[in-house]
Design a protein. Structure first.
Length: 464
């Protein structure tokens, strides 16, 4: 089989018209009672019984790409949605695919097709959307291929491996006019949204500084050994657009996060969420200046990205934000392992691990608190907040079916992802970047500008 990134473009484009017709039908058919039926899960109804309701059998049909960890959690969550049908599971790991298929079957009482190569799955004219939860180096290329195939996309954070790919995603959404939702789920959490609205309404006066953090106790990944590729893994397809590296026994699955060839470090793995909240609260887009310091300090092993990092970003509206990541020391900040604090003229506002926030006056007196009514485990790398994340999924579906504004559309997704990417570029190129606030591009630093785009395996380059 030829493994060119653009192999399925012709077949996909041939199915685009029928796919568009299906999406048009969904939008037109969901009116009146049918639209209300799709608004949420009725108490006491299983997916099977819910499908019997008039109108509820016209579901959004999705394919899942990458189902080993976070993708398995998403597969479960999508299977729980009564207005969704998972039509295919695609993974380069045959074991992961089998587990996800079994999980979906157990929840929804149907069995999705096993289509190992997601590009083949995109040929299904009845598929409405692709959920991308593969490693970071596949995020943008897969989303672009899905867009070309006439599919909508739910794209896990970060939306891209590098800034160039983020700009390609924006171009793709404009060209193919599809819905692309990024998985920064806190945008759909009710109390978080209320906290941000209160900031914008002036609850602590003018907000001029925000800080975020992530802490964990990750173990060493050791020194990997080159060994034969396991029989259950299609390693060529796993690497996809990334330049080829020999298989080592400490990369697949999760540890790819810490290698620049495939991953983006803790800054994009978890920092993206907090930087997105900070950008949202401060009402900013692109910075003017970025500084970052950090490194691999805790262990001597194959881990390449920083395990300890601080990113500072300044903006033209006289505001600033910072993010601190500690992958290998889980001491909490402000009592939480992940969170943000906004500082204003009249007080501060803290958003914690879950769907919570607190407001303090300048004397540190608690003046308001919104408590979480969902179970949250921020250190669960697979499924920290299933119930809340369902709200984000339903917003994605509403964007497809009703044209509802997305809570995490791809332009904003790129802007938030870029903040973390600029931090990584800064720490890899001398620590300081001057940035064009109109588009986020680096100014006057040729070494840093080289990291705006990555090298690709020949024949796998993403194109819009």
């Amino acid at each position: 089989m030829t493994t060119n990134l653009n192999d399925n473009n012709n077949a996909a484009s041939g199915n685009q018209e029928s796919g568009n017709n299906r999406r048009d039908f969904i939008k037109k058919s969901l009116t009146g009672g049918a639209a209300l039926a799709f608004g949420g899960v009725l108490p006491g109804f299983s997916p099977k019984s819910y499908a019997k309701i008039i109108g509820a059998n016209e579901k959004v049909r999705v394919g899942m790409m990458g189902v080993n960890s976070r993708g398995l959690a998403l597969s479960s969550n999508y299977a729980l949605q009564p207005n969704c049908e998972i039509v295919s599971i695609s993974d380069v790991d045959s074991r992961a695919a089998e587990k996800a298929i079994s999980t979906v079957e157990g929840i929804a009482k149907y069995k999705p097709a096993n289509v190992p190569d997601f590009r083949k799955a995109l040929e299904n004219k009845d598929m409405d959307a692709l959920v991308v939860a593969a490693p970071d180096h596949w995020h943008a290329p897969a989303a672009i291929l899905a867009s070309k195939a006439g599919k909508h996309v739910y794209l896990e954070k970060p939306c891209s491996h590098n800034p160039h790919e983020g700009e390609l995603l924006i171009q793709a959404a404009k060209k193919y006019k599809n819905v692309i939702q990024m998985g920064n789920q806190r945008r759909s959490w009710p109390n978080v949204a209320a906290a941000i609205k209160s900031l914008h309404d002036g609850v602590i006066g003018r907000v001029y500084y925000g800080t975020g953090w992530y802490t964990n106790n990750r173990a060493s990944i050791g020194i990997g050994k080159e060994t034969a590729v396991p029989s259950w893994l299609n390693y060529d397809l796993w690497q996809g657009p990334a330049p080829r590296k020999a298989y080592k026994d400490n990369v697949v699955h999760y540890n790819w996060h810490w290698f620049w060839n495939w991953g983006t470090g803790e800054a994009l793995n978890n920092g993206t969420h907090m930087l997105d909240l900070l950008r949202w609260g401060l009402q900013v887009e692109y910075p003017t200046r970025v500084t970052s310091s950090g490194g691999r300090f805790r262990y001597k092993d194959d881990w390449e990205t920083p395990d300890t990092q601080v990113i500072n970003l300044e903006f033209a509206n006289n505001t600033m934000m910072s993010w601190e990541g500690r992958s290998c020391n889980g001491r909490t900040n402000e009592g939480t392992s992940v969170g943000v604090v906004f500082y204003g003229e009249n007080g501060s506002l803290q958003i914690g691990e879950g769907n919570t926030y607190q407001i303090f006056d300048l004397k540190n007196k608690l003046v308001k608190e919104a408590k979480n009514d969902f179970v949250i485990d921020p250190l669960n790398k697979m499924n920290p907040s299933q119930g809340l994340d369902a709200l984000h999924i339903q917003n994605f579906f509403d964007g497809i079916k009703k044209g509802t504004a997305l809570n995490a559309e791809i332009v904003g997704g790129h802007q938030s992802t870029l903040l973390a990417q600029l931090g990584n570029i800064a720490v890899r190129s001398g620590g300081v970047l001057n940035v064009d606030p109109t588009n986020g591009h680096i100014k006057g630093n040729k070494e840093a500008e080289k990291l705006w785009k990555r090298e690709y395996q020949k024949g796998w380059e993403p194109t819009v």
